[in-house]
Ligand binder design. Structure first.
Ligand SMILES: [Zn+2]
Length: 254
């Protein structure tokens, strides 16, 4: 099996299992041979400065250049920073052929109008936007955290920008229903522990083409996250699509 992991973080200060070569070894042991690197996005906290954003992206650039056979890069941005900085930083990263998109975390809620400037940049550069989402019924901080409903609002404002909503398992069925009508939103299954029925429900409501495998390693274990897909009651062909084909199609078009 050849698997693409759409959601992996590098570490600026890696522990023994988090060093890039060790992560690649562990991933390959599980059949993962393509990894989207989103950067160490929380290393400097929720609201990083220009300099901090640059150093997170410097590491992603370095790793992508070192192992272009495995890594693809995403440029991390903080929407609270000025538009001229954001555009210059996006151009610096996305000028590299192994960079495919932009990663947004928890500086602001996805529905905040401040995110619009990042979406305009993504639209201009034909970049995929990976937007963190969780479940504010469990995390009481909607000012910074995004629910799937917030991602849906963003997607409706920018229907031509392709958005990958991270962590569909966090809000589970509610999250699936929120993004179902938005054809420009894909869901990655990374993060949280496997919950029976979530992937099946996503396939039923989103169709088999808008779901991507992601682990959120090294914060999560490759094998436990793979279990979500191997353990799901779905046709073998759909499993292959989630593991590889859907990601390949999306990445090739940017
Ligand atoms: Zn993550």
């Amino acid at each position: 099996m050849s698997i693409t992991d759409f959601h992996v973080h590098s570490r600026l200060d890696p522990g023994p299992c988090e060093a890039p070569e060790e992560m690649i070894r562990l991933a390959k042991k599980c059949g993962i041979d393509r990894i989207c690197l989103l950067g160490d996005v929380l290393y400097f906290g929720d609201d990083p400065s220009e300099e901090q954003v640059r150093s997170i992206n410097d590491q992603t650039l370095e790793l992508v250049e070192k192992r272009p056979d495995v890594f693809l890069g995403f440029c991390f941005l903080n929407p609270k920073l000025p538009e001229n900085f954001l555009r210059a930083e996006a151009e610096r990263c996305l000028g590299h052929q192994s960079f495919k998109g932009i990663k947004l975390e928890i500086a602001v809620n996805a529905a905040d109008p401040g995110v619009d400037k990042v979406m305009r940049i993504a639209g201009d550069m034909d970049a995929i936007v990976v937007q963190h989402s969780w479940n504010t019924e469990i995390i009481n901080n909607r000012r910074r955290q995004s629910d799937p409903e917030d991602v849906a609002l963003l997607a409706r404002r920018f229907p031509r920008v392709r958005i990958v909503m991270a962590h569909i398992t966090a809000a589970s069925q509610r999250g699936v229903l929120a993004i179902a009508p938005c054809e420009n939103v894909w869901a990655d299954v990374s993060g949280a522990q496997p919950v029976a029925g979530t992937v099946e429900y996503a396939v039923e409501k989103l169709g088999s083409e808008r779901i991507l495998f992601g682990s959120d390693a090294p914060g999560r274990d490759f094998s436990a996250q793979l279990g979500k897909i191997y353990g799901a009651q779905i046709p073998e062909r759909v499993r292959e699509m989630i593991f590889k084909d859907n990601a390949q199609k999306l990445l090739e078009s940017s």
